[in-house]
Design a protein around this ligand. Structure first.
Ligand SMILES: Nc1nc2c(ncn2[C@@H]2O[C@H](COP(=O)(O)OP(=O)(O)O)[C@@H](O)[C@H]2O)c(=O)[nH]1
Ligand SMILES: [Mg+2]
Length: 312
């Protein structure tokens, strides 16, 4: 089995090539740091979706460092950038979550209820399938709730993932009441002594207001079936949307009590730098990252492995 670092390296290949490939090219054979070089590096950082604020702050630190210590060879520059990026992740909410998969999960709460929200196509259903497998392999009894009743295909897709993971699903007919499915599923989870219930939700309704109202209702109804539920509310963000994901996230954050982020599709984009900023900007930990489409491509986020994979 590939090591976790190898997995991250593979999933982050595009970002690594875009970001550090470009920087390596820029600093090659350079023995002075001038404004032009700093500007070029800044452009690369912004291009990798580190965010303007983070990029500017990194460049400023770099300038200060060069003024203070001088500059002898190109490798110093990349080493400095690496330590700056690690600093940006250190102390951010994700930092404590080296093994996020089991960190947020509290086995003394039974059933532990996870609600997954996010815009259509960001990877909710896929993430739930992969997550179900992680919990199932960990010996937990898992139940899924198909509360995306908007399209018939949505429940079917969840069912396919459930079969792969070897877990059960509670569903209703297309167009059924999503809050009712969530409520019934939680009642069933309690009756069947399930350890983890994961609730899938819709990402697009006729209007955004409808969607947000529906999510609020699901959240409320879960609390009716079990006072402390949901225990974790995960928002999926598609890495390829880069900094735009922040705008989406803010709307969801105002609607439901988000507790964590899942950044998907890192393997398909050079904008992986966004992971470095979303958690500090939203004050929410990245729990998992999606590094590919297959079952074992969802990995607990680890900031050190992440930065390491960006540089190697
Ligand atoms: N390459 C890649 N594709 C992903 C990842 N996560 C999800 N996808 C794909 O994104 C598409 C939408 O995912 P889905 O789970 O249906 O999104 P939902 O509408 O939010 O439920 C599917 O084709 C998934 O296979 C990932 O980490 N990497
Ligand atoms: Mg879905």
């Amino acid at each position: 089995m590939a090591s976790i670092l190898e997995k991250f390296k593979k999933g982050l290949a595009k970002t690594r090539e875009g970001l550090f490939g470009e920087i390596t090219k820029l600093v090659k054979n350079k023995y002075t740091v001038d404004d032009e070089l700093l500007e070029q590096i800044e452009e690369v950082l912004i291009g990798a979706d580190l965010g303007v604020e983070t990029s500017l702050s990194v460049i400023e630190q770099l300038q200060n460092h060069v003024n203070r210590e001088g500059f002898n060879e190109p490798e110093e520059l990349t080493a400095f950038l690496k330590s700056e990026l690690i600093k940006h992740l250190t102390g951010s909410p994700g930092e404590e979550n080296g093994t996020a998969a089991t960190d947020f999960f509290n086995p003394t709460i039974k059933p532990f209820v996870v609600m997954v929200v996010g815009v259509n196509g960001t990877g909710k259903t896929t993430t739930i399938g992969k997550l179900a497998k992680i919990f199932h392999d960990n010996g937990q009894k898992v139940l899924l709730a198909a509360a995306d009743t908007f399209r018939a295909a949505a429940s079917e897709q969840l069912e396919i993932w459930a079969k792969r993971a070897g877990v059960d699903v509670v569903r209703t007919q297309a167009g059924g009441d999503p809050a009712a499915v969530a409520f019934d599923a939680l009642k069933a989870a309690i009756a069947r002594e399930v350890d983890v219930l994961i609730v899938d939700t819709a990402g697009r309704l006729h209007t955004k207001v409808n969607l947000m109202e529906e999510l609020k209702k699901i959240n409320r109804v879960l609390g009716k079936a079990m006072e402390t539920a949901p225990h974790e509310v995960l928002l999926t963000l598609d890495a390829s949307t880069g900094q735009n994901a922040l705008l989406q996230a803010k709307e969801f954050k105002e609607t439901v009590p988000l507790t964590g982020l899942v950044v998907t599709k890192l393997d398909g984009t050079a904008k992986g730098g966004m992971v470095l900023t979303v958690q500090s900007q939203l004050d929410l930990p990245v729990r998992f990252v999606g590094l590919g489409e297959s079952m074992d491509d969802l990995k607990p986020f680890d900031s050190k492995t992440f930065v390491e994979a960006l540089f190697q």
